[in-house]
Design a protein around this ligand. Structure first.
Ligand code: GTP
Ligand code: MG
Length: 191
């Protein structure tokens, strides 16, 4: 798939006429700081379309990007950031829960991003379980493979594949831009 245009539409905090307008969506979710916004930037080949940060908790709204005037890439706030104030954490959980399980959004694919080095955390497994209960189309991106040496990576990927069962896993590095073609291909299959 070729990305011809990518435009920030808006940051949404829940039900609104844009996010539920019937446009097909590919959503990016995962732990805080795992690289969701960075992965989106590599897909659209722009440095700062989605805002990234080395401090966790950067993305706090549901950020919508219109791609090729045809579909949305949706950047969500991360979970599992211990230092976030309780109220904010609960608010983000509520918003995410609404987005995935109660909204009328046309989710074509959910990209669950995990850290290749860390593997699946308890929170990752919990959300994955929910997605499977709701029969969502999910793809796992194991990001930051540049931080793992080759031998360790092979072992880690085996473990990740075992943990996620039926879902496809794409090894990825937003830093080195590896895995981009494969992820774009998977997106093209659902759009
Ligand atoms: P929140 O919005 O806080 O949930 O974080 P996020 O998941 O959107 O992460 P973000 O894209 O902001 O990236 C977090 C940090 O990880 C930044 O410092 C990125 O530069 C770094 N990062 C992202 N992807 C990679 C990668 O593939 N390799 C390495 N080494 N660093 C990465
Ligand atoms: Mg982010």
């Amino acid at each position: 798939m070729i990305i011809k245009s990518a435009k920030f539409v808006k940051g949404s905090v829940g039900s609104d006429s844009v996010i539920e307008d019937g446009t097909p969506q590919v959503a990016f979710i995962g732990r805080s700081n795992v690289g969701k916004s960075s992965v989106i930037n590599t897909l659209v080949n722009q440095k700062d379309l989605a805002r990234t940060s080395s401090t966790p908790g950067r993305t706090q709204e549901i950020n919508i990007f219109l791609i090729n005037k045809a579909f949305y890439l949706v950047d969500l706030p991360g979970y599992g950031f211990a230092k976030m104030p309780k109220e904010k954490k609960e608010w983000i959980e509520k918003m995410t829960d609404w987005y995935f399980f109660r909204s009328d959004c046309d989710h074509r694919l959910i990209v669950l991003i995990i850290d290749a080095k860390v593997g699946l955390t308890k929170d990752d497994l919990e959300i994955l379980y929910q997605f499977s209960e709701y029969k969502k189309n999910v793809l796992i991106v194991a990001n930051k493979i540049d931080k793992v040496n080759k031998t360790e990576l092979a072992k880690q990927l085996e473990k990740i594949k075992f943990d996620v069962g039926e879902y496809k896993v794409i090894p990825y590095s937003a830093e080195k831009k590896s895995g981009v073609g494969e992820l774009l291909y998977e997106i093209s299959l659902v759009i």
